[in-house]
Design a binder for this molecule. Sequence first.
Ligand code: MF3
Ligand code: CO
Length: 261
Amino acid sequence: MMISWERSINIKSQQEIEIMREAGRINAEALSAAVSLIAPGVTTAELNAAFEAVHQRYGVYSPFKNYPGPYPYPASICTSVNDELVHGIPGDRQLVEGDLVSIDCGTVYQGFVGDMAVTVGVGQINPQSERLIKVTEQALKIAIEKMVPDNTTGDIGHAVQSYVEGQGFHVTRMYTGHGVGRAMHEGPQVPNYGKPGRGIRLREGMTIALEPMVLVGTPDTVVKADQWTVASADGSLTAHFEHTVAITANGPLILTQMGEN
Ligand code: MF3
Ligand code: CO
């Protein structure tokens, strides 16, 4: 989410977390239908259609569709290719061997939201692209490990930033993770940078979309002419991974996964 404004932090009951787990499970299943289509020649609109086909089967919908912005967001997923970091709009762009495509997607099930993103290579990708994907995915894992009571949002941001910068890449300052629940964007905001001990204190029952957004060249971004697509200012490659995660007494619980739910 774009910075920044105040939104309330809503603590979820165990029952609500179970509903969010189902929202997240359906979201992951619909995402995997889109991901399995990824190949040279496929358009980003076809990825959106594959995602929507799964939604129709479940009778659910995407919180992205018509999300307020410069104009209502026109699709169910975001597809961001190469230099595009987030909020790319699906369309007739054909994927090319070597591209990096990130798919960011959401599902509303029984009034609760699951929010998730992955970045995937198209066919064979070069070693730097491979490393960018691995580092961004690892940054998400590091963020998830910090999702325990009494840590702070600054602890998460600091862990992500120091890891990513230690790998020679950069984190965005303009877009952040966020609480998620009945609304896609709740408090707290969770930047991918920060200082240990600063920010909001984490509590059991918080559900947060953690989303490292990583750029190869600099932290700076620009918004493209379509007014939604956010790209690296220098045209360098970017990647984005996201999970919706609950803070529980038994440790971090990833809500957006297909397995063992
Ligand atoms: N899931 C993303 C986020 O966390 C992107 C939603 S943008 C939208 O902010 F407009 F498509 F909804
Ligand atoms: Co999000």
